[in-house]
Design a binder for this molecule. Structure first.
Ligand code: G16
Length: 559
């Protein structure tokens, strides 16, 4: 690194001193903390993104969001050149620069890393950082800090994309690096165009049922509601009512996908008048989606979570593949290896995993975090991944897409209008509608809506695919959440010593009981998940394990 670059970094970093007494970690989905301590971290991540851009000689994304966290928090994460999450082998560097105590050690870390990674400190191809933020009030000044970080690396520029959903930013990075148009309008055009295409391909007779009944969307008082309002104007046939779109009410407070999925109660602005109607909930930055219906005389809901969205998508895709392969003659090439697989985490309801296996699908379990699920799903020709909390998408391999395009072209010549051609066109439209960079509540919602139409199903019929085992999730505040270390896709706690044995003893008291603990990567808590055959048993199991966590690690603990 030359002297000029070094002195630019020294000068700019001295304007962003790190907070005292706070240790930050890149976590499940980037850095998250109270917004007041993040200026320095965001500035430093701006530098990291610029280095990543030079290393990959491509466009990189930087998003300022704390997603489902409370409004006073904020965060920052990097979208890699593929549009997916930052390469995991760069996370330790992110951790070390975020925590470097002074400008000298910070700049030295950068110099060492540039050398180790052999990063060319000049742009040969298209580089640049797309920067976006959600609607949090702290986002504006944090975005400025990010821009300062980016421009501290000579030759890399930040392009301010303004207020976006997180998946929009990921989509734009992916599109840019594929040489496609990548504005917000392009995003809306792609989603609305492919949705229209799927609507045109609905089986005859299914065109009126569900679409004429209302869908009510809870926007979590975040960016998603506002963007969905724009998208809705480009669509026909959807009768959608958007609530909690951020004009009133507090972000993620008593609203949103995280609240609805964890508490299993109606969000604010929903009530008795909505009983039986199909409802959906987005989270604060619109990368999660769950559905629900309100129950009569209660604030409880019937939850249709990420596992059921996954099941719906898997059923639809499996059916289209079956049609495509059904009447193959020897003359046409058959895609023998179309390998369809699904990826879940330990939070997946046991009934969903059993159902997916019964469908004959290969089910893989990973630790929590889109970065892990996405990586596994990419190993299939068609990989569908979802966390129960509503975070997920479908990935199609380049090889499969090429085959599909070719197949579709041939069918349009040999059997135009046939069921096979329609199945090929449907799959092609899904590859465009679904956001293949990352889970996207808006694109996921449109796909759910069109599949329900295709099946001619109500939300209730969809919900009846299988019956969830009762479950309960709790959070426990502890002195040091890093004291919990897990293994086997987070199903076993290997530290603190002895806690897993104590958990096992609790589980043994409940028929079909299942329970695990893990440190959250986005909040300062230990999460507890429990499942059993009755709600009371799931609640009891979760509560007793939460007490164990408190005994082993809590504020009153002597361990
Ligand atoms: C992020 C991640 C998700 C993860 C969630 C909760 O979601 O992207 O993969 O499930 O955090 O993680 P944890 O349990 O470690 O706190 P979001 O929607 O907050 O970005």
């Amino acid at each position: 690194m030359n002297e000029r670059q070094r002195s630019i970094l020294l000068k700019s970093s001295s304007r962003f001193p790190p907070p005292q007494g706070v240790r930050l970690s890149y976590g499940t989905a980037g850095f998250r903390a109270d917004a007041s301590v993040l200026q320095s971290t965001v500035y430093r991540v701006g530098i990291l993104a610029a280095l990543r851009s030079l290393k990959t000689q491509s466009v990189i994304g930087l998003m300022i969001t704390a997603s489902h966290n409370k409004v006073s928090d904020n965060g920052v994460k990097v979208a890699d050149s593929s549009g997916g999450m930052l390469a995991q082998d760069w996370e330790p560097f992110a951790d070390s620069i975020a925590n470097a105590p002074d400008p000298q050690s910070f700049v030295q870390l950068i110099c060492d890393f540039v050398k180790k990674e052999n990063i060319p400190l000049e742009a040969v191809k298209t580089t640049g950082i797309l920067v976006g933020r959600d609607t949090r009030p702290s986002g504006e000044s944090l975005l400025e800090a990010a821009k300062e970080g980016v421009s501290s690396i000579v030759g890399v520029v930040a392009i301010d994309m303004g207020i976006l959903t997180t998946p929009q930013l990921h989509w734009m990075v992916r599109a840019r690096n594929k040489g496609m148009e990548a504005s917000e309008l392009d995003y809306f055009n792609q989603l609305s165009g492919s949705f229209r295409c799927l609507m045109d391909l609905l089986p005859q007779g299914n065109k009126t049922n569900e679409m004429h009944t209302k869908l009510i969307v809870d926007g979590s008082n975040g960016v998603g509601g506002e963007k969905l309002e724009i998208l809705m104007k480009m669509l026909t046939g959807l009768n959608m009512d958007i609530r909690n779109s951020g004009k009133e009410g507090v972000l993620n407070e008593g609203v949103g996908a995280d609240y609805v999925q964890k508490e299993k109660v109606v969000p604010c602005s929903f009530g008795s008048a909505d009983v039986g109607i199909r409802c959906a909930s987005l989270d604060g930055d619109a990368d999660r989606l769950v559905y629900f219906s309100c129950l009569a005389n209660s604030n409880k809901i019937d939850l249709v979570d990420g596992d059921k969205i996954l099941s719906l998508f898997a059923l639809f895709i499996k059916e289209q593949l079956r049609i495509l392969n059904e009447v193959e003659t020897e003359k046409v090439e058959k895609y023998h290896q179309a390998h369809l697989g699904v990826v879940q985490t330990a939070y997946a309801n046991g009934a969903s995993t059993a159902y997916l296996k019964q469908l004959g699908l290969e089910v893989i379990l990973t630790p929590t975090g889109v970065k892990y699920l996405h990586e596994k799903a990419a190993e299939f020709d068609i990989g569908i991944y979802f966390e129960a909390n509503g975070h997920g998408t479908i990935l199609f391999s380049e090889h499969f897409i090429r085959w599909l395009e070719d197949r579709s072209d041939k069918l349009s010549l040999t059997s135009k209008g046939s069921e096979q051609q329609k199945a090929a066109l449907r799959l092609m439209a899904v590859t465009k509608l679904i956001n293949q960079a990352v889970g996207d509540a808006l694109s996921g919602l449109l796909l759910v809506e069109v599949i329900l139409q295709h099946m001619g199903w109500s939300i209730h019929q969809w919900n009846e695919l299988y019956e969830d085992l009762p479950s309960r999730q709790l959070k426990v505040k502890v002195l040091d959440r890093t004291a919990v270390v897990t293994a086997n896709a987070e199903t076993v706690a290997v530290k603190p010593l002895g806690i897993q044995e104590a958990i096992n003893a609790e589980i043994a008291k409940y028929p079909r009981g299942r329970c695990f603990i893990r440190p959250s990567g986005t909040e300062d808590v230990i999460r507890v998940y429990a499942e059993a055959i009755t709600q009371e048993a799931a609640d009891d199991l979760a509560n007793s394990v939460a007490r164990l966590v408190d005994q082993f690690l809590g504020f009153s603990s002597s361990h």
